[in-house]
Write a protein that binds this ligand. Structure first.
Ligand SMILES: Cc1cc2nc3c(=O)[nH]c(=O)nc-3n(C[C@H](O)[C@H](O)[C@H](O)COP(=O)(O)OP(=O)(O)OC[C@H]3O[C@@H](n4cnc5c(N)ncnc54)[C@H](O)[C@@H]3O)c2cc1C
Length: 302
């Protein structure tokens, strides 16, 4: 029996663990994939206060982890499959077994949205990727494409421009949603070739991996072929709610919380990108984590 079990070791989960650990609550953080979450795969985080030169995401998250452990939190690799209320508290069912906690924090974040075009699943890991900082190095001096028009897509393109021979940025509109400073940096990078008003129709290749991308011009409907060896999909995120969707109230897939970050299930809180809110960033996930940590401490005192 733990006082608190935190699902997900991203910025939100690790921040909450710092707070509940410092409050001397027995705290277990369960992580399915990689401690640090999405922040851990960001090449350079330039908007998190305290690091005026920016900081590499995995370096920042290693510090979060260290701090959570210093405060007494235990971090364990295990995937959470379900939660339910029981007479003893909240039952957390994982791949490795069952655990019980007096309170649970869902901080499972969000994962990349898929294109859902032919070839995407077939070539996953053989040219198709959702993370440039994880897989970019495989495409040294090869042509690649990034699909998307937001901050993440432009950042991925800028990162890949330092590795690949050309980076085709495929965007279905004329204008970019990305931050202006990033767009300006993109325009001045000679290796980035813009392909605007284009939508991806399919990804093709052979046994060795991806060879080309089929794109359709939204204005005249014509189909073009772009020869690339890597395709980086960056078209937004979907909440990693999974099993939680059947258990907790959601809004467009994101978990609904009250001011104290409590969900519709008493004793179950939620924080970070998984919540229904406007801004999904490291700083806001950290804010949520702190608030949830304090709210859980108060809840358990009562
Ligand atoms: C490429 C990229 C670059 C970014 N750059 C920036 C930036 O420069 N600045 C900025 O402020 N933000 C940036 N962001 C956004 C930022 O990373 C997120 O807002 C932040 O990580 C959200 O934190 P979180 O803790 O809510 O969720 P996440 O970071 O998504 O962490 C959730 C964790 O939960 C785990 N998990 C999921 N399901 C389960 C389960 N069933 N059981 C156990 N564990 C589970 C996941 O594996 C993950 O580790 C970037 C995101 C990406 C993808």
């Amino acid at each position: 029996m733990y006082d608190v079990i935190i699902l997900g070791a991203g910025p939100a989960g690790l921040t909450a663990a710092i707070y509940t650990g410092r409050a001397k609550l027995s705290t277990l953080v369960l992580e399915a994939a990689m401690v640090g979450g999405n922040a851990g795969i960001a090449d350079l985080i330039e908007n998190y206060p305290g690091f005026p030169e920016g900081i590499n995401g995995s370096e920042l998250m290693a510090r979060f982890r260290q701090q959570a452990e210093n405060c007494g939190a235990e971090i364990r690799y295990d995937e959470v499959l379900d939660i339910e209320r029981s007479s003893r508290g909240i039952l957390v069912k994982t791949r490795c077994g069952e655990l019980t906690a007096r309170a649970v924090l869902a901080a499972t974040g969000a994962r990349r949205r898929e294109l859902q075009v032919p070839g995407e699943q077939e070539y996953l890991g053989r040219g198709v990727s959702y993370c440039a900082t994880c897989d970019g190095a495989f495409f040294r001096n090869s042509p690649v494409a990034v699909v998307g028009g937001g901050d993440s897509a432009v950042k991925e393109a800028l990162y890949l421009a330092g590795i690949a021979s050309e980076v085709y940025l495929i965007h279905r509109r004329e204008g970019f949603r990305a931050h202006q400073a990033l767009v300006e940096r993109m325009h001045s990078n000679e290796r980035i070739v813009l392909k605007l008003n284009q939508v991806v129709q399919g990804i093709e290749g052979d046994q060795s991996g991806v060879k080309q991308l089929l794109v359709k011009d939204v204005n005249d409907g014509s189909i073009r072929i772009i020869p690339v060896e890597g395709v980086f999909v960056s078209i937004g995120m979907v909440p990693a709610v999974g099993f939680l969707e059947n258990r907790l109230e959601t809004d467009s897939g994101y978990i609904v919380v009250n001011e104290e970050l409590m969900t519709s299930m008493p004793g179950v809180f939620a924080a970070g990108d998984i919540c229904s809110k406007k801004v999904r960033q490291v700083a806001t996930a950290v804010g949520d984590g702190a608030l949830a940590g304090v709210a859980i401490t108060e809840y358990l005192k009562e």
